[in-house]
Design a protein around this ligand. Structure first.
Ligand code: FE2
Length: 333
């Protein structure tokens, strides 16, 4: 073969390879640390085989499974959320790709990572303490029969929960019992630990907590759970309580609560304003609305004192309620 023919052939092969690659929507993510970086918790050989053979296998098989189907146009999260509509191959390999991508991201050789205050608080509220949450995760991981995963996830009500799934299923899938957004996953397939720990899954589970990337787990938590503005601004929460206990009865025609509590409401608005707007929520619209809340609740209290009609009070309270929701809405956006 002449030189130029070799080059032409080479270019054709390269182009075909590129086209094939372009048609494969999924690729193996690179790790942000070396295969030996997680030792002694997880040995280098296990990491390398796990990443380059097992995870690569899920990627390859997922690309094959979605090729030429409408699944190829969906994001992986959408696919998983509707996984009951797809083949077993998409379920196993889509799960395998998603789960391992998450797994690598929540591991790190860095020792300094920490759960954020919000995550810590949520863990304490649900499990009592970080230690107790870890015990429960280990329990879920240890008792998973055969291959699978243990998960810490956020449910639709923004609450944390622990679950375990078989094979490569995960909490995003519409086929699992407890659905949510996983923020931490532990692989308990034997391929994740067998070379180093053999059958001792418990020892692997003890070691893995030394290499958990709490910064990443926190990031995933914060992304799944919108900031609770009432937590950041307790005075807004206190105002909210008086507002809901007076406004809702007024909608039913009962004006007694606001007549009895107009002074309390006025004071709650003053306290809210005095506390200052948390810097994360500070915006001109919020500042204006808070000023309105103070002025209008003062006005409403004076109306109560001067024995305004029920109709007038209802109208004033309703306006105040709108202003309150303007603050809540602006802070959420
Ligand atoms: Fe795995």
């Amino acid at each position: 073969m002449r030189g130029f023919q070799v080059i032409t052939l080479f270019i054709i092969v390269l182009s075909v390879a590129q086209v094939l690659q372009a048609q494969s929507p999924y690729t193996l993510p690179e790790l942000s640390y070396g295969y030996d970086a997680l030792e002694p918790a997880i040995d280098a050989r296990t990491m390398e085989i796990h990443h380059t053979k097992h995870h690569q296998g899920y990627v390859n098989n997922l690309n094959k499974a979605v090729e030429g189907t409408d699944a190829a146009a969906q994001t992986l999260e959408v696919l998983l959320g509707n996984i009951s509509n797809y083949s077993v191959a998409v379920r196993n390999n889509g799960g395998g790709h998603y789960n391992h991508t998450l797994f690598w991201s929540v591991l790190t050789p860095e020792e300094e990572t920490q759960p954020t205050d919000r995550l810590r608080k949520a863990v304490r509220a649900e499990f009592g303490s970080m230690e107790s949450m870890i015990d429960q995760m280990n329990q879920a991981a240890a008792t998973r029969f055969g291959s699978g995963w243990a998960w810490l996830s956020v449910d639709a009500g923004n609450r944390l929960f622990i679950s375990s799934t078989p094979n490569q299923d995960n909490p995003l899938m519409d086929v699992v019992e407890e659905r949510g957004t996983p923020i931490l996953g532990i692989d308990v397939w034997e391929h994740a630990y067998y070379l180093q720990y053999q059958n001792k899954r418990g020892d692997y589970l003890k070691g893995i907590w030394d290499v958990i990337n709490w910064d990443e787990v926190s990031k995933r938590y914060e992304a799944s759970v919108p900031e609770n503005i009432f937590e950041m601004w307790p005075e807004l929460d206190q105002f909210h309580t008086v507002m809901s206990q007076t406004f809702h009865p007024s909608e039913e025609g009962d004006l007694d609560p606001i007549k009895n509590r107009s002074e309390e409401m006025k004071n709650a608005a003053k306290k809210l304003s005095d506390a200052g707007i948390p810097s994360e929520l500070d915006a001109e619209e919020v500042r204006n609305a808070v000023a309105d809340l103070v002025a209008d609740s003062d006005k409403l209290h004076k109306m109560v004192q001067s024995e305004a009609t029920d109709e007038e009070l209802t109208k004033a309270l309703s306006g105040l309620h709108d202003t309150f929701h303007l603050i809540v809405k602006t802070c959420h956006d």
